[in-house]
Design a protein around this ligand. Structure first.
Ligand SMILES: C[C@](O)(CO)[C@H](O)COP(=O)(O)OP(=O)(O)OC[C@H]1O[C@@H](n2ccc(N)nc2=O)[C@H](O)[C@@H]1O
Ligand SMILES: Nc1ncnc2c1ncn2[C@@H]1O[C@H](COP(=O)(O)OP(=O)(O)OP(=O)(O)O)[C@@H](O)[C@H]1O
Length: 297
């Protein structure tokens, strides 16, 4: 018997970052949008906990207990007083270390899958609590759709969205470490009084109305300067995508994936061709959001 859960990637349509907190994290106003690029996490009973992974980036995924999916299963097992003896298989399509919450997706997916496999019947709030312990992005991977994340991003308020948004993602060669990008944000803001992060009225209104042009005017990412400082070549990808017809181009979360909002699928195809043709990315992926969160398939 096995259970498979499908979990989406995310893009941050607004990422407002406050100053560093005493615990090293940053308070955020983080507007998440789940997009249709998916990992599939399958769990089945086994003699001991083990992780396998397939997909183009599989060699970059840790297969030991540091894998977020393994950590999720161990946490759920500990809570319900049982052994975490499962085989976790990850079919990975979300770029690794790309700022699209791929590891978080696998953590949320493994949790939902084991909850179903073991029949633990954990409540949604209990699962969300475990997600928050695993990482700041993990609760959103469970919920999907669109949400405003506050605190370190783990406290979610679901947002209504009035339409679908088309995106092109330029996948960069090599990843960027999330702590390194937040560290660079702190370095760039040394001596500056960083304001409290607040959700943008423009972003929320554009999501609610489903208006892509309005969203393009409003998107922002306070980590973008830090990601560009660590990876200056991302500026060329942003320029090529916007010149190729995107309504807006931003770094996705902590990067190095760049995300382009486009008017429709046809414009998306053109932007993807321009990005690949200019050689500014390893691959270009098209996806639509919002889509639902972690779900048993
Ligand atoms: C950049 C984003 O992807 C935007 O959604 C997230 O803020 C990162 O979320 P994540 O990968 O789940 O991050 P976590 O695993 O919780 O934290 C990894 C590291 O990122 C930094 N971090 C993360 C979240 C946050 N609000 N402030 C931080 O400073 C901290 O150095 C932390 O040690
Ligand atoms: N299941 C997993 N899939 C991918 N990476 C994982 C996983 N579990 C742990 N990791 C580790 O986490 C690191 C970051 O990978 P991930 O793909 O989650 O980054 P990310 O998309 O930039 O995350 P975020 O957008 O949440 O900051 C990897 O380099 C890897 O060492």
């Amino acid at each position: 018997m096995s259970v498979t859960v499908r979990v989406p990637a995310k893009v941050n349509v607004q990422l407002a970052v406050g100053g560093a907190r005493p615990d090293g994290f940053h308070d955020l106003a983080n507007v998440f949008l789940a997009v249709g690029l998916y990992d599939e996490v399958t769990v089945s009973p086994a003699d001991t906990l083990r992780v396998t992974c397939e997909g183009p980036d599989a060699s970059q995924v840790p297969l030991d207990r540091t894998n977020l999916a393994a950590r999720a299963v161990e946490k759920l097992a500990a809570r319900y007083g049982r052994r975490a003896d499962v085989h976790i298989h990850i079919a990975k399509d979300i770029p690794v270390a790309g700022g699209m919450a791929g590891g978080s997706a696998d953590g949320a997916g493994a949790l939902v899958a084991c909850d179903a496999l073991w029949g633990t019947g954990a409540s949604r709030d209990e699962l969300l609590e475990i997600c928050a312990e695993l990482g700041s992005d993990v609760p959103f991977s469970l919920v999907g759709g669109a949400a405003l994340g506050t605190g370190r991003g783990e406290r979610l308020r679901v947002l209504e969205v009035g339409g679908s948004f088309h995106w092109v993602f330029a996948v960069a060669d090599g990843g960027l470490s999330t702590p390194a990008v937040y560290g660079e944000f702190d370095r760039l803001n040394e001596g500056v009084s960083v304001p409290e992060p607040v959700a943008s009225g423009g972003v929320l209104a554009a999501l609610a109305s489903g208006d892509a042009s309005a969203l393009a005017e409003a998107v922002s990412n306070d980590l973008q300067a830090a990601a560009l400082s660590l990876r200056p070549s991302l500026a060329s990808a942003l320029a090529v995508g916007v010149d190729g017809g995107a309504l807006a181009g931003i770094v996705s979360g902590s990067g190095p994936t760049t995300a382009f909002l486009v008017a429709d699928a046809e414009a998306g195809g053109k932007v993807a061709d321009a990005l690949v043709g200019a050689g500014v990315c390893r691959a270009a992926r098209v996806a639509v959001g919002p889509v639902g969160g972690a779900v048993v398939v």
